[in-house]
Design a protein around this ligand. Sequence first.
Ligand code: GH3
Ligand code: MG
Ligand code: MG
Ligand code: MG
Length: 311
Amino acid sequence: FYPAVDPGQLIEKIETYTHGNTVEPYRVLVLDDSRAQAKFMETVLKKAGMNAHIITDPMQIITALEEFSPEIILLDMYMPGCTGMEIARVIRQQDKFHSVPIIYLSAEDDVGKQLHAMSLGGDDFLTKPVDPKHLIATLHNRGRRARSLLALMIRDSLTGLFNHTHTLYLLEQEIVRARQKDQPLCFAMIDLDYFKKVNDTFGHPIGDRILRSLSMFLKQRLRKTDHIGRYGGEEFALILPNTRPGDARNVVNEIRERFSELVQEAGDRQFKVTFSCGLAAWQGDSSQSLCERADRALYVSKAHGRNCVTL
Ligand code: GH3
Ligand code: MG
Ligand code: MG
Ligand code: MG
């Protein structure tokens, strides 16, 4: 059935359906042992503006996950040597792909078997022959939802900065990149000074407002390629790729000074807030060791009277 349909005829319908959206193409991994069907799927997905990666051998799944990092997975149910359900289980075992949408695509029309397959980690079941419009609509909906969930998962809700987990993930990534490109990398830990007193004196909502304003302040003053995370309560982490230690110190020091001069307001009361910073340059060590060195430098800044940067 599949190869008999001219994918060219589908373009118009699909384009109407996707409203010519200009979202970043969804990365869709397709596993189907039938080369003809896989090829057909590839054509349909590409016409719909998706980034399709096709495999026909189930043994390639691990490599494909690793290298392609799909956002959605389309799985055939019956293949020689294994079933789609077994593949779904392998995918679900990996933390990183725990919530990636898996859509079965099969000629299996026994509802009991379909439900069983879905109970083993699938999110949808589309019966072949599938209407391409239906397929593309399903992929768009699943993809959009997966992306918005992911965006929520990696951010801190108060400040909109990256959360602790994602900050550490980014640090790992940047260490890999710094090693590959043989570039410098700096990591900074920022901790607001006497913040408990700020809360006690002016109230928690004012404290929250200051956390948000420091976040904005950091965003405005750092480069697009830098990463800013809320490491903990009143602690922030800065990842500064391709930055030499001396330059990092100058930048952070200037931010520290400007921030310390901002006049904060609580009703008719005015006050100032400062932060301390510990900075560490990557020395080929692990992310954990880099964090520990930044943390120790932060401790030194606190011991030296706060409102300063230690490298
Ligand atoms: P130091 O200069 O030694 O860092 O003193 P500190 O008071 O900042 O340090 P401490 O760790 O004792 O207290 C941190 C305070 O930060 C505790 C808490 O009141 C405040 N804090 C942590 N998270 C939040 C938050 O989400 N909102 C607000 N308003 N305050 C927070
Ligand atoms: Mg098959
Ligand atoms: Mg603290
Ligand atoms: Mg503090």
